[in-house]
Design a protein around this ligand. Structure first.
Ligand code: BDR
Ligand code: CA
Length: 314
């Protein structure tokens, strides 16, 4: 990794698309992954922390620090998504059990300690799952908020609606109270909602290009994507499924791939009907202050070209 590499922490619930995001980050010399913090989401924590380590080893980076975090959301019961990701969360390829250890200490302590130690503004948080760990860190030590350089999160949906309920996207739905804490914390935030990720489809040609890399990482990634996309292909009737979480890492590598609008996002935490809905004031019809750069468009050709080129480096 380069001397000037941007320091990031990846908070994640792998998940096939989380896995591809981790691979993209570890393949990119512009980024220095200070650590990975696992959270319960797609599958329970025992599996997400294990899966994060499997992916670090697949990338040839067993030196990566992986901490386990929250086992359940702040208020609500945990909702998982084995129906999308399979029982393991990483169904598809046959990845070996990791031999790298889980780092000692709780992910929330790691987040707080790292943000308090590193220079203010120098650490970027990449949130790929429910925001429980990040909310807990903010509650435990509010002084971290102004020290976070940027938070780039995959979550929410506005024009596209939800993917877990008609109103809510999975990551926000699982822990809406955490999302509410995070979006009110005054952190410079970039949000990658379904509006963007539904344009980033793992078409057969794109998966074939990744498999044709001819490397173990290429073969494993293609197998991950083929398992992952089957559910959404049937649901949406598309060639390929949305590749959500790697959009967060791609934004750090080339923000010009994305465009959106700086506006207010509020999270519904009261109504069971619309629980976890991200209410985006796209047209600025309220006086609620902007709190996130909400992305709406992606150069999906450029995104997959970048991803494939980076995976080839592993
Ligand atoms: C998000 O939910 C999870 O299933 C994916 O990993 C992604 O982070 C998409 O709604
Ligand atoms: Ca995820």
């Amino acid at each position: 990794m380069a001397e000037t590499a941007r320091k990031i922490i990846i908070d994640t619930d792998p998940g096939q698309d989380d896995a591809v995001a981790i691979l993209l980050a570890l393949a990119s010399p512009e980024l220095a992954v200070l650590g990975i913090t696992a959270v319960a989401g797609n599958v329970p924590l025992a599996l997400t922390q294990l899966n994060a380590r499997k992916i670090c080893e697949l990338a040839g980076r067993p030196d990566t620090i992986v901490h386990a975090g929250a086992e359940r959301p702040l208020v609500r019961d945990l909702v998982t998504a084995e129906y999308v990701h399979g029982k393991s969360g990483l169904d598809g390829p046959d990845l070996p059990e990791p031999s790298m250890p889980l780092a000692e200490g709780h992910a929330v302590d790691f987040l707080v300690d790292t943000l308090m130690r590193e220079a203010p503004g120098s650490v970027t948080l990449c949130a790929l799952g429910p925001l429980t760990n990040i909310a807990l860190a903010l509650i435990r030590e509010p002084r971290i908020a102004p020290r976070i350089g940027e938070l780039v999160l995959m979550g929410g949906g506005f024009f596209e609606g939800g993917n877990t309920t008609p109103a809510a996207e999975f990551n926000i739905y699982v822990d809406p109270h955490a999302a509410d804490v995070v979006l009110r914390a005054g952190i410079p935030t970039v949000m990658m909602p379904l509006d963007v990720t539904h344009q980033a489809l793992t078409t057969a040609a794109r998966v074939a290009a990744i498999r044709d890399l001819g490397t173990p990482v290429g073969a494993a990634t293609a197998a991950l994507l083929e398992f992952f996309e089957r559910f959404d292909e049937e649901k949406y009737g598309t060639d390929g499924g949305p590749l959500h979480d790697p959009c967060v890492i791609a934004y750090l590598l080339n923000p010009r791939l994305f465009s959106g609008r700086h506006c207010n996002v509020a999270v519904e935490t009261g109504s069971e009907l619309t629980m976890g809905m991200t209410v985006v004031d796209w047209w600025r019809v309220t006086d609620r202050p902007p709190n996130a750069m909400v992305m709406r468009r992606i150069d999906h050709e450029g995104f997959f070209a970048l991803l494939t080129e980076r995976l080839a480096r592993l």
